[in-house]
Design a protein around this ligand. Structure first.
Ligand code: SF4
Length: 403
């Protein structure tokens, strides 16, 4: 528990700075492999504009080519150099010799009865992560839920992914690659410009992993996705969901200015310590203070509080009232998500009556509190389930091969 004595903002900054360094050093231990193919060709997806210019200079080409390539890679979505028609044939061949424009490979793809599409992508080193496209039921648009790590360190007790230990961080190429591959699946190229409607219209960093424990790669990927000459997705259409890595929240707000979602799930420290063990490090008071500091929060850009509704655990009226007290003064919205059972978990979803009563208290206080029914239930909706199933299948196959 934090001390109740007031802490100066200098002290907060100094503390955050040293914690940030510690988190970044730990993150480096789980760095992704260098994106190079077995035959030594360099992956171009995931390079910043400056890095792209550098690798072109290394093969004796002028840096201005980076602009051309950027357009083909991120605006047109082209992966084959020979289709880049504004580039002369000899240069196409040279690029082909040194580079690739890749995508993660697809291990499994399932489309639910409600049109939710779940992808399990495999990366070059054989690691896998899940991506989900959740279409809007009323309009031709939808959210792509992207993973930031393979596995997760945080072990939130209600979360299936939390049962898979952290293997490594995903690289910028792998994070951008999930979005690009999802767009391939719907043929959404070239990137729609300006206000032209998009089918894959928003990104939520809510898949496997804690994005603020892989900040450098996530930030690089989001900058690429937001670049106006490529995919050009507005920062207003990107939401990063965190369990509350307080020291990195400020950095994310200052540098990226994307929307923020908080996996809150409990309003008392004793319970949140159990449900979201990270709370022992950054308790609710510090988390809420970081939300107040978050620069992108304004009335038009509310902070979303995710609240998994677990029967007889966190779903009482008293907890709803405490939630309202906590978010008072913040532009906020509360997503109430009935717990989605997975094998091995003892939790159960809240009853309909509990959900309704809880939501009413939050709404009466002037906050939106939609109840989010799980999508894609028929295709292993709980995050992390597709990956577990694929791993089991592979283990069974290797056991069969050994026998
Ligand atoms: S809820 Fe998010 S942070 Fe917690 S274990 Fe699951 S993936 Fe990790």
């Amino acid at each position: 528990m934090p001390s109740s004595a007031p802490v100066s903002s200098d002290a907060v900054n100094a503390l955050n700075e040293s914690e940030r360094k510690r988190i970044e050093a730990k993150s480096a231990l789980f760095a992704p492999p260098t994106p190079v193919t077995e035959d030594g060709r360099r992956e171009l997806v995931g390079l910043s504009r400056e890095e792209l210019a550098e690798v072109l200079t290394e093969i004796g080409e002028k840096p201005f080519r980076a602009k051309q390539l950027w357009h083909w890679i991120y605006h047109q979505g082209v992966t084959d150099f020979s289709r880049m028609s504004t580039i002369a044939r000899p240069l196409q061949a040279k690029l082909e010799k040194h580079f690739i424009v890749g995508r993660p490979s697809l291990t499994t793809q399932q489309t639910s009865k409600d049109d939710t599409r779940k992808f399990l992508f495999r990366f070059r080193d054989g690691q896998e992560a899940e991506t989900v496209y959740i279409p809007d039921r009323r309009e031709d648009r939808g959210a792509v839920c992207i993973s930031s790590q393979v596995g997760c360190t945080l072990s939130c007790t209600f979360c299936h992914t939390g049962t898979q230990k952290l293997v490594r961080n995903l690289g910028a190429a792998e994070i951008v690659g999930q979005f690009m591959a999802a767009r391939d699946s719907y043929g959404e190229w070239p990137s729609p410009k300006g206000d032209t409607p998009r089918l894959l219209s928003t990104i939520v960093l809510m898949g496997m992993g804690e994005p603020l424990y892989n900040y450098e790669n996530v930030a690089k990927a989001m900058k690429i996705i937001m670049d106006g000459e490529g995919i050009a997705l507005s920062r207003r259409r990107i939401t990063l969901s965190t369990s509350g890595v307080v020291p990195m929240m400020d950095r994310c707000g200052d540098e990226l200015g994307i929307n923020l979602a908080i996996s809150l799930h409990a309003v008392r420290n004793d319970l949140r310590d159990q449900l979201v063990p990270l709370n022992r490090k950054y308790p609710i008071e510090e988390l809420m203070a970081a939300c107040h500091r978050y620069p992108a929060a304004s009335n038009s850009r509310r902070i979303t509080f995710e609240y998994i509704m677990i029967r007889d655990v966190n779903d009482s009226d008293a907890e709803a009232r405490e939630l309202v007290r906590l978010i008072r003064g913040l532009p906020a919205k509360v997503n109430l998500i009935p717990f989605n059972p997975w094998p091995g978990s003892d939790f159960r979803p809240s009853t309909r009556e509990r959900l309704a009563s809880f939501a009413q208290i939050v709404m009466d206080a002037g906050y939106a509190a939609p109840i989010r029914m799980p999508r894609g239930k028929d295709i292993l909706a709980a995050c992390g389930q597709l990956k577990t199933q694929s791993e089991r299948k592979r283990q069974a196959e290797s056991r069969r091969n050994e026998a």
